[in-house]
Design a protein around this ligand. Structure first.
Ligand code: UDP
Length: 238
């Protein structure tokens, strides 16, 4: 039987974390909030929480089948995901297959250039600092992760990205880039954590390059709810 919810222990921008009657498990609640530019732009999008939870569960299954350990236990209802309790490392792993976003800006490139192979970048998870780019030596020196943990996170992120690229590719969509977060279990193992949703990656329709992710909201390109409903339909075929 699933444990019961106890108290909200963390309020994120689009998710809440709840403790449960099992000290080793927490519940992630997916809300309808959409935010961009570190919370400066905000909106409530009808059904977003349920759509993102459904897509997340499917995508965690895909990466789990590819051999990546994850924090997911099971979904409890439309908005709640039961997860193993982990400590999130303050290092975000971004994998890029195609030039876009901050990478395009930093190097003065046009969005859309295909990279020879996926590359990995690390960012320090800090709202106060706007998630600055960080290199391995700094992340280790500042105690954010051990050297072996960074190596492991990079390998797992690439493995995750390959599995998700194949999945989206089969649905006529290119996975341009994505941000992955990892957690440390009580036993010290690393697992893929957080969410796998169009809030944390870029998805472009093959052929048209139409954007089907949170850039729609960041750049006011279309209705985010309609976009996520379309993605959900493509994934689940209904
Ligand atoms: N990303 C994210 N959260 C962040 C920063 C980035 O989910 O705090 C995702 C973003 O949606 C994109 C990828 O990571 O899929 C790379 O983002 P980028 O560095 O290009 O930054 P952005 O242009 O989104 O600010």
């Amino acid at each position: 039987m699933a444990p019961e919810l106890q108290a909200k222990i963390y309020q994120g921008k689009a998710k809440e974390v709840w403790s449960t009657t099992d000290p080793d498990q927490v519940v992630l609640r997916f809300t309808d909030a959409a935010t961009a530019f570190n919370g400066v732009k905000k909106a409530s999008i009808d059904e977003k929480g349920a759509l993102n939870l459904a897509m997340s569960v499917k995508l965690f299954d895909v990466v789990s089948d590819a051999g990546v350990p994850t924090h997911v236990v099971e979904s409890l209802n439309d908005t709640d995901l039961l997860c193993h309790r982990v400590t999130i490392l303050p290092v975000e792993v971004v994998v890029r297959s195609v030039v876009a976003g901050s990478f395009a800006k930093r190097y003065g490139l046009e969005e859309g250039m295909l990279l020879d192979q996926p590359l990995v970048e690390l960012f320090h998870k800090s709202d106060d600092l706007d998630d600055p780019l960080v290199n391995d030596d700094a992340a280790v020196a500042l105690g954010w992760a051990k050297h072996w943990e960074l190596q492991c996170m990079k390998e797992l992120a690439l493995q995750t990205h390959a599995a998700l690229s194949a999945f989206w590719g089969a649905h006529g969509i290119t996975l341009v880039d994505a941000k992955y977060e990892f957690g440390r279990t009580a036993a010290g193992a690393l697992v893929l954590a957080d969410e796998l949703t169009p809030d944390g990656c870029r998805l472009w329709e093959q052929g048209t390059q139409r954007k089907l992710d949170k850039d729609v909201f960041r750049r006011d390109l279309a209705d985010l709810g309609d976009t996520y409903r379309e993605l959900h339909e493509r994934v689940f075929g209904s």
